[in-house]
Design a protein around this ligand. Structure first.
Ligand code: AMP
Ligand code: GLY
Length: 421
């Protein structure tokens, strides 16, 4: 079987790495992929993720059996619709279904209509009405740009002034362009945040193991929001029935709701959850694998990824096998990330214990036999261990062995777990 993975980050590396272990897979192609993703079984082809027509031509010429789309942008732009029109099998949502991620208004309206637990909210396309609502509700309150804003279009305002300023920034100053022409203003939820992803096709839902991501750039959860600085799975300090509750009250009802609305969802449904005192509530839905969540969830998967995807597409809810071990991933990022950073910085990648550890490449390229940076998040070291503590210890053992000039990483990944023990 030949599989094409669209994207070039750590998430796509993890997907390709897992696919390469499948007995059913003979060839994996990553477009555009990267030097670090490529190996004997995985070939990078230099077609950018937004060149849909070229990707389709490639898939037809290579007789690709299955295409998996990593990032949200091509999904929201309808790449799956184009592939499906040509009879190419994909695992990802149509443009209409990807609106669960691409339009916060659509996601919130679906949750309201189908009584899926989430923060209460209102939608505004008018500055004065938005401000009046903030004044009436008071702080804390959350202001969100409706469209895609690379994870930056959300302000959790602790004061009314901060919320009013966010409205001006998004609507008047167009800080996120058209993504901010409509706003969702919602209740601020308190609790612990985590992610639950599931393989979905129509009414079929196969949840993965839960995972917690660290979104802030700096230790003690300080600094700007990023794509994610590290992740771990399972989430032992929170598991007393909430996974089943989230599956029952959130993932299944949403999959069924999409079928009822005639926009059936296929692909990875990612629920970003807040575990509140009254149970799990949705912060956001994504329509794809999380990054860096995938880099710690797939190493825990014992089953063949192709079996799981095929089973999902055949509407059979197979029993996915997971390792008992924990997995931890720590991101190395360029100094300055998520704002501006230098590229072309030389990086030495230390040796690891290949039985339990993997380097996932996110933003490196090979230059004359050496690795140099070409992105914000650069590498992720993923380690399995009997416990989160053991996995953390072998990860940091490797990272602390050398200086990482021009890069930084958080030394407190998993602190929600370790601080409680
Ligand atoms: P989002 O892009 O919707 O995931 O939001 C980015 C971050 O803002 C989330 O990871 C949360 O930490 C925070 N956030 C979003 N919505 C809320 C909410 N209703 N209450 C509290 N925090 C929120
Ligand atoms: N790590 C958060 C995301 O993938 O959206």
């Amino acid at each position: 079987m030949k599989v094409l993975v669209i994207g070039n980050g750590g998430r796509e590396h993890a997907i390709c790495w897992k696919l390469a272990q499948s007995k059913k897979v003979t060839h994996v192609f990553a477009a555009p992929g990267s030097d670090g993703i490529s190996n004997e079984k995985v070939k990078s082809v230099s077609i950018p993720a937004d060149h849909h027509a070229e990707l389709m031509t490639f898939a037809k010429e290579e007789k690709i059996d299955l295409t998996i789309v990593g990032p949200e942008a091509p999904l929201v732009d309808g790449i799956v619709d184009s592939f499906n029109c040509e009879g190419l099998t994909t695992f990802g949502p149509s443009k209409a279904a990807a609106a669960l991620e691409g339009s916060k208004t659509f996601a919130k309206e679906m949750m309201k209509k189908y009584q899926i637990p989430t923060a209460s909210y209102e939608v505004f396309d008018n500055v004065e009405a938005a401000k009046a609502y903030v004044k009436q509700q008071g702080a804390p309150i959350v202001v969100k740009a409706d469209g895609l804003a690379a994870g930056k279009g959300v302000v959790v305002a602790e004061t009314e002034a901060e919320a009013l300023n966010a409205i001006d920034q998004m609507m008047e100053e167009k800080a996120f362009g058209e993504a901010g022409s409509s706003l969702v203003i919602e209740e601020c939820l308190r609790g612990e945040e985590l992610s639950l992803m599931a393989f979905v096709h129509e009414n079929t839902v196969i949840p993965m193991v839960p995972v917690q991501d660290h979104k802030r750039a700096y230790e003690r959860d300080q600094g700007p929001n990023t794509g994610g600085m590290g992740a771990y799975s399972p989430v032992p300090h929170l598991e007393n029935g909430w996974v089943e509750q989230a599956e029952r009250e959130i993932l299944r009802p949403m999959a069924e709701a999409m079928v009822k609305e005639k926009v059936p969802f296929t692909g990875i449904l990612y629920a970003g959850l807040m575990i509140t005192e009254s149970g799990p509530k949705v912060i956001e839905f994504n329509a794809r694998f999380g990054d860096p969540e995938t880099q710690v969830v797939l190493p825990r998967m014992k089953s063949d990824l192709i079996d799981v995807i095929e089973s999902t597409l055949n509407n059979v809810e197979m029993n996915v096998e997971w390792k008992q071990e924990a997995c931890v991933g720590v991101v190395l990022a360029s100094e300055g990330y998520p704002a501006s950073y230098e590229k072309g910085v030389a990086v030495h990648i230390p040796k690891i214990n290949d039985d339990i550890q993997t380097w996932f490449h996110a933003g490196l390229q090979e230059q004359e036999g050496h690795w140099v940076t070409n992105g914000g998040r650069v590498l992720l070291l993923s380690s399995l261990g009997k416990t989160i503590e053991e996995a953390l210890s072998s990860t940091y053992h490797v990272l602390e062995k050398q200086q990482w000039d021009g890069l930084f990483y958080r030394r407190d990944i998993g602190h929600h777990v370790t601080s409680r023990r």
